[in-house]
Every structure is written in C-alpha cells, then in structure tokens.
Design a protein around this ligand. Sequence first.
Ligand code: DC
Length: 209
Amino acid sequence: MKFTVALDGPAAAGKGTIGRAVAKHFGFGYLDTGLLYRAVGIKALEIGRGVIDPQVAARIAATLSETDLGRDDLRSTMAGQAASKVAAIPEVRAALLDFQKTFARREGGAVLDGRDIGTVICPQAEVKIFVTASDEVRAKRRLLELQEKNPSLTFEKVLADLAARDARDAGRDTAPMKAAEDALLLDTTKLSIDAAVAEAVALIQKRIG
Ligand code: DC
C-alpha cells in the first residue's frame, strides 16, 4: 500500500512530534526532511569556515551520507539557520528531491515532515496537514528543547531565530514554505501533544476509511 502523509509548517510547530507519533500509530515510515537540510548546512559551514558556498552545498547535498545524517549537532540553532540558508539554493533542493519522492511513495506508507512536502515533494499525498502554532508558543517549546544543551539561550533569541528562519523559508523563490491548497490546517497553539496527535490521527484515519 502506498499512502503519504505530508506534514508542513513553520519551525517548532509540532510537525516532528506529530509525525513520529502518527507514523508509529499507523506503522508508516517517517522522514524528517529538515534533517537533510541541517546536515547539508552544517557541513557546508564547516567546509567554508563559516561561509556557505552554494556550489559546495550542492555537492554536499548530492553526496549526503548516513554519517552526515547521524551527527549529534544537527538540532542546534546554528544548524537550523544553516539549513534554512542552504534550503534556498535551488541546486541543493534538486539534489535532495529524488530521495524524498521515493521515500514518500514507499510501500507501507510514509509520513514526511518539512516545508514543501504537500506542494513539491508529494502533491498527490493522500493527506496534507499544515501544522502551525503562535510564535510565542513555538519559541517556548524550542527554548525548552534547546536549553538543556545551551543554558544561556533566551526566549528572545529563540523567537528571533524562528522569525528569521520563517521569513527566509516562506520568502525564497524555490519551493517556499506554504500550505498546499488542499491542506488541512492544524493549529497546535492550545493543544497538548496528545491532543494534537489525536487530531492528526483522526484526520488520517478518516482518509484511510
Ligand atoms: O524542520 P527543520 O526546522 O529541522 O528544518 C530546518 C530548515 O530546513 C528549515 O528552516 C527550512 C529547511 N527545510 C526546507 O526548506 N524544506 C524542507 N522540506 C524541510 C526543511
């Protein structure tokens, strides 16, 4: 059976948590596509000693390995910003396209979370959900996640980081972050994790029939 769930939306809206939970619930494969861009971004920064060269980034994307994706620093704020920058390079996106498209149509079902899953990677996805939450709630959640590793991080810094990334991700020419016309909106601002997952499960279940 081929069945794709496309989860798109801004950073820290809850896509990852929801994605992992619904994939487990339905026995589908799960792909966090942001990790691909984070791996490219952090490696491009390293090679360029702090400066991202588009050609270098495109080459990294074309030769991305399991080791690159297994790094333990991919969740950092720096990796997020670098990811957002390389994600605006068309050659980088092109190099990552086939892998994501193939994953989306794998046998047994797939959940992908990202920014362009319902619009570019899998426009024929059986379920498209655009996950949002208020800026404040997203910043609070991200701060909680990152504070353990980085105790000096502040709410204001995280809020500014998210705003900069959202603006770049939504404003780029190639595959900008946006809800597909047929996407269902899931606002998690006032929802607990369990309630958000339950809503997503219900939406998917309805489509499965
Ligand atoms: O989901 P995330 O925060 O880990 O993603 C990191 C960055 O990668 C995000 O700011 C934009 C980019 N990205 C993208 O452009 N397209 C995707 N499908 C996933 C992520």
